[in-house]
Each structure stands twice: as structure tokens, then as C-alpha cells.
Write a protein that binds this ligand. Structure first.
Ligand code: NDP
Length: 318
């Protein structure tokens, strides 16, 4: 993508930061946020990204240019688990302000989540038309935030005639920010903590490496339409979380302890037909992606991972 004027929210986050960085060389990229992480802001600016302070809880967008061609709305207020009023208001109003401000854009991409689905079955491949109403016992406000914002996005896409995609993201991971759920689990392993898994079987997900996120964002912009299009957005492969933990242990030598109990953070797998039909397959296999990510984030395991990868034939960037 070249020569476009792109507005990104959540540009300091794990998902949108690599997109902002990748697009900055050939496009005019703006990132909005609170920028509590001053280093992230500085690093973005050093790459040519323009930054503007915007707290979607409180701020309007007065003074910001309106002639953006493409918008990536990745910022989220997940809430503290109890503040439903505040969580719905912040995500709904922030999203509405952004869409009305950028109503002349060619394309608006809202990053939603698979957490919106009513996930009753660990092995069901959720389709875009499946029942909504996801619950997240670890953070009850989060699915409400995402469903509320999706409603606003649908409403404004249609009333403004703004071509839009709602991309329901599975689990993104990669060398940015906290690294995503796989690296959060790996940190638990390193601390000697037991990882919560189901009493029987395992949870499954579709891990999506941030390199694929970066490659697929312009493709998703390219299929935006009004009324909004809804697309499941995850990696091609179905990955068992217990398999992932065991692979991390094999790669690094860090032992894994499984806590087989009644509570584990459930994940979901997607049906990919819509995504495949619109933007094609992913390019990074999960084992290669995980090896690279650990290597990037935890230098001390790099040599061991290189040896493992050489012995097992997978590729790594290091
Ligand atoms: P992060 O937690 O890494 O980042 C959140 C971003 O939101 C930050 O850039 C933050 O910027 C911004 N933000 C939070 N509150 C506000 C606010 N009040 N005003 C303006 N900006 C705000 O999130 P991820 O990158 O992990 O997630 C990005 C999107 O993807 C989210 O919408 C999330 O729901 C969705 N998603 C992510 C998944 C994943 O695996 N990571 C899975 C499924 C969905 P700052 O602090 O500078 O204001």
C-alpha cells in the first residue's frame, strides 16, 4: 500500500503497532492514543508516524484532519470487569466519534474479537452468523465492550455509507508489546506457575502472527463495504493450548505444569470460509511463528531455539 493517508487507533498496542510501523515508510500514517508509553510514541515518530493525543473516553477529534483514506480502529477500553456503564459508553462513543469524523474515508476496519460469540462448545468452528453473547468470566466487561462497539460500527457504516469491515480477531501473537496470549502463558511457565487447562481435552484457538496481521490489514480494507462486512480473522491452523504449552517447553527447556481444573480461560476456533474467500490464506505456521517470537522476545533462549529448529527442520528468522 502506498501514498494513502491512514489513521490508526491502538497504535501502541500489540496488534496495531506493527501495522503502523510497516505502513509508515510509504504512506502518511497517524496514530491516536493516550501514549502512556512515551517510548512507544517516540519509536513510532522516529519511523515517521504522526501522533496525536486522544483519549476516547473524553476527547473529541476537533483539530484532526478529516481526509484520511483508511482507518484502523484497534483501540479498546476493556473495562475492569465491573464498570459496564463506563465500558460501553467509552467504546461506543469513541467509535462513533471516529467514524463520523472519518466518514469520507475509503475504508474503515474495526478490530473486534471472537469473544463476542456465545462459546458453548470448545470444538465448534464459529461462523460469522453464529449466536453472539460471549461471556468472559476473567473480564466480564470485555465481550460487552466488543459487542457494543460492533453495533455502533454497523449502524454508522450503513447510515454514513462508510465502507467497513468488522474483523473478529482470534489470538494475535508476535514480538510486539506483551507478545500475545502465548507469551503471557510462557511468562507463567518461567515463573514456575501452573497453567490452567481444562480437566479433560484442551482449548483450541487459531493463532495469528502479527506478520500476517500486517499483511492482511490492507487486504481487509480492500474488501470493506456498506453495510459493514463481518469477517472471522484468525490463523489457518487449529492449535491446542495444551499443545502450545508443551511446544514452548520443548523449545526452551522451561518446564510446564498443567493445572487441570474447572476453570481455564476458554478460547474458540473459527470457520475460515469467509476470510479465505476474501483475502486468502495465512503465511506463518504456528510453530515457526512461536519459535521466532520467543527468540525475538527472550534472547536467552535464542541459541537453544536455533538448535531445535535446525534439528527439527522448521525455519526461524534468527
Ligand atoms: P493492547 O492492550 O495491546 O492495546 C490497547 C490499545 O488501546 C493501546 O494502544 C491503547 O493506547 C489503546 N487505548 C486503550 N484505551 C484507550 C483510550 N481510552 N483512548 C485511546 N486509546 C486507548 O490491545 P491489543 O493490541 O492486544 O488489541 C487490539 C484490538 O484487538 C482490541 O480492539 C482488542 O479487543 C482486539 N483483539 C485483540 C486480540 C489479541 O490477541 N491481542 C484478540 C482479539 C481481539 P494508549 O494506551 O496509548 O491510549
Amino acid at each position: 500500500m502506498q501514498g494513502k493517508k491512514i489513521l490508526i487507533t491502538g497504535g501502541t498496542g500489540q496488534v496495531a503497532r506493527p501495522v503502523a510501523e510497516a505502513l509508515a515508510s510509504d504512506n502518511e500514517v497517524w496514530c491516536l492514543g493516550r501514549f502512556g508509553d512515551a517510548d512507544a510514541r517516540k519509536a513510532l515518530e522516529e519511523l515517521g508516524v504522526r501522533t496525536a493525543t486522544w483519549d476516547m473516553a473524553t476527547d473529541d477529534l476537533e483539530g484532526l484532519p478529516r481526509d484520511f483514506t483508511h482507518v484502523l480502529h484497534s483501540a479498546v477500553h476493556r473495562g475492569d470487569g465491573h464498570d459496564f456503564e463506563e465500558t460501553t459508553r467509552i467504546n461506543a462513543v469513541g467509535t462513533a466519534r471516529l467514524m463520523t469524523h472519518c466518514s469520507a474515508a475509503e475504508s474503515f476496519l474495526y478490530v473486534s474479537s471472537g469473544v463476542v460469540y456465545n462459546r458453548a462448545d470448545r470444538t465448534h468452528r464459529y461462523r460469522e452468523s453464529d449466536p453472539l453473547g460471549g461471556a468472559a468470566p476473567w473480564l466480564p466487561t470485555y465481550p460487552v465492550a466488543k459487542i457494543t462497539a460492533e453495533g455502533v460500527v454497523r449502524g454508522l457504516a450503513e447510515t454514513l455509507g462508510l465502507p467497513t469491515v468488522i474483523a473478529r480477531l482470534n489470538i494475535a501473537y508476535g514480538p510486539y508489546g506483551h507478545g500475545g496470549v502465548p507469551m503471557i502463558l510462557f511468562r507463567e511457565m518461567r515463573r514456575g506457575q501452573a497453567c490452567a487447562v481444562p480437566r479433560e481435552g484442551q482449548n483450541y484457538c487459531n493463532l495469528l502472527h502479527t506478520d500476517d496481521v500486517v499483511r492482511q490489514v490492507p487486504l481487509l480494507w480492500g474488501v470493506a463495504q456498506a453495510p459493514a462486512r463481518v469477517v472471522n480473522w484468525g490463523g489457518d491452523e487449529e492449535v491446542g493450548i495444551t499443545d502450545l504449552l508443551e511446544y514452548l517447553s520443548e523449545l526452551t527447556g522451561v518446564p510446564v505444569r498443567l493445572d487441570r481444573g474447572d476453570y481455564s480461560r476458554e478460547t474458540a476456533i473459527f470457520d475460515h470460509d469467509v476470510r479465505r474467500g476474501l483475502i486468502g490464506d495465512c503465511s506463518i505456521g504456528w510453530q515457526t511463528g512461536i519459535a521466532r517470537t520467543v527468540s525475538d522476545l527472550f534472547e536467552e533462549y535464542r541459541d537453544r531455539i536455533d538448535e531445535y529448529v535446525a534439528a527439527h527442520g522448521a525455519e526461524t528468522t534468527k
